[in-house]
Write a protein that binds this ligand. Structure first.
Ligand SMILES: O=C([O-])C(=O)C[C@H](O)[C@@H](O)C(=O)[O-]
Ligand SMILES: [Mg+2]
Length: 429
């Protein structure tokens, strides 16, 4: 049977999704985070889904791109990446990303962060049209489930008084006992067996004590600590020495390739990153200087699932490990991460995912972690369906917002509780 895979309609739906008060070195998560849901509808009525960041700078590029896609084919993914989005470099180059800690800001990275959602939607539509899962389009799965780690955060019990938000039942985690309690809950609810603590929030000694408490509570389980570059080389080496016996890896202890290379030279603890290697252009220096031993890919800003596989191949050639980074995301992104992760042979570390923190989703059926793993779906495309009522509800929340929440800004969210808060100067400790 021949199919008409021409794109007949493109739907973009910006939404705001509930997010708990999770702390990081920049501040705290807003009560609602922007995401963008992309739908590509073919002439035959097949719809492919994609998801990416929903802040204004992404929407401003996604909207004109959407207008240019009708009439093209969902098969033409190479052509999609050839489209010039006309990114205004001055809007991003050298700016601090107030809504996430994802390394260098560049015009190309912004472009890829938008295109990746359309690439995923193309692959989803291709798979649905052909009756094949996305992993088959990427060469086939090499595993039936993908392991994720429990993503632990220092956390307030609730957002500041007077702030409109959804309640969550995770409680506070502001000391070692709170972190262990949170880890137990995540294990109980999702079966995770490896744990990552988002650090850079409290002085390093307190975070070292939290990791020690985790090691006692979960002996032998892989542990990671990620202060998002908040430490000096000296502090990083001190922490590496103190926790060397229990860490699977230390993630972005110091900021930038030069500092990471110095840390790496002084410790046997492997270093992982989602901050100093976030684009293909950063690979050469980091790998030749042995600055990192694991790259945490994120298909959103690396430019999609095909680029994720290319990154994995480069990492394999250099003997560098690969795993996955995560920001606040919903089920379409988790489905895409799982499909591509299923195809990467040398995936030796559990991937990160914020998904357990998201109480809301746009899927008819939430994806589940069992024993800390997400099953690789073999249904056509990504294997997920949109809950249109929920999509509409979350879009209404976005439409009703006066603009205050449409651009994620963790430092601004922190100022609600601490009016004098400024984004810390790095290294913080
Ligand atoms: O591994 C990481 O660096 C992240 O996941 C960065 C994110 O911005 C995370 O820290 C967050 O959302 O607070
Ligand atoms: Mg990180």
């Amino acid at each position: 049977m021949t199919r008409d895979l021409t794109i007949a309609e493109v739907r973009l739906t910006p939404i705001l999704v509930a997010d708990p008060p999770l702390l990081n070195t920049q501040g705290v998560h807003q009560p609602y985070t922007p995401r963008l849901i992309v739908e590509l509808v073919t002439a035959d009525g097949v719809t492919g889904f994609g998801e990416t960041y929903g802040d204004t700078k992404y929407l401003e590029l996604a909207r004109p791109l959407a207008e240019r896609l009708t009439g093209r084919s969902v098969m033409d993914v190479n052509g999609l990446f050839g489209i010039d989005l006309g990114v205004d470099a001055s809007r991003v180059e050298g700016q601090v990303d107030a809504g996430g800690l994802r390394g260098v800001q560049s015009a190309d990275k912004l472009r890829l962060s938008v295109l990746s959602a359309f690439e995923v939607a193309c692959l989803d539509a291709q798979g649905k049209a052909l009756g094949l899962p996305v992993h088959a389009l990427l060469g086939g799965k090499v595993r039936d489930s993908v392991e994720y780690s429990a993503y632990l955060f220092y956390k307030w019990a609730r957002h500041p008084a007077g702030v409109a938000c959804e309640q969550d039942d995770w409680g506070a985690a502001l000391d070692p006992a709170g972190v262990v309690r949170q880890a137990r809950l995540l294990k109980e609810r999702h079966g995770f067996t490896s744990f990552k603590l988002k650090g850079g929030v409290f002085p390093p000694d307190e975070e070292v004590a939290a990791v020690r408490a985790l090691a006692e509570a979960f002996p032998g389980h892989p542990l990671r600590l990620d202060p998002n570059g908040a430490w000096s080389v000296e502090t990083s080496l001190k922490v590496a020495k103190e926790l060397g016996d229990v860490l699977e890896y230390l993630e972005d202890p110091a900021l930038g390739t030069a500092a990471m290379a110095e840390v790496s030279a002084g410790t046997a603890v492997p270093l992982a990153t989602n901050m100093c290697v976030t684009t293909f252009g950063e690979i050469k220096e980091a790998f030749t200087r042995d600055a990192v031993q694991v790259v945490l890919c994120d298909h959103h800003y690396w430019g999609g699932l095909r680029n994720t596989r290319q990154l994995a191949a480069v990492c394999a050639a250099f003997g560098v490990g690969v795993s996955m980074h995560s920001n606040t995301h919903l089920g379409i992104s988790l489905a895409a991460m799982t499909q591509v992760a299923a195809t990467v042979p040398g995936l030796h570390h559990a991937c990160d995912s914020h998904y357990p923190w998201q109480s809301e989703d746009v899927l008819t059926e939430r994806l589940r972690f069992r024993d800390g793993r997400v099953a690789v779906l073999d249904a056509p495309g990504l294997g997920v369906e949109l809950d249109r009522d929920e999509l509409a509800r979350l879009h209404r929340r976005w439409a009703d917002d006066d603009g205050a929440l449409r651009d994620r800004d963790d430092a601004a969210a922190m100022r609600v509780a601490e009016p004098g808060w400024r984004q810390p100067v790095m290294p913080r400790w």
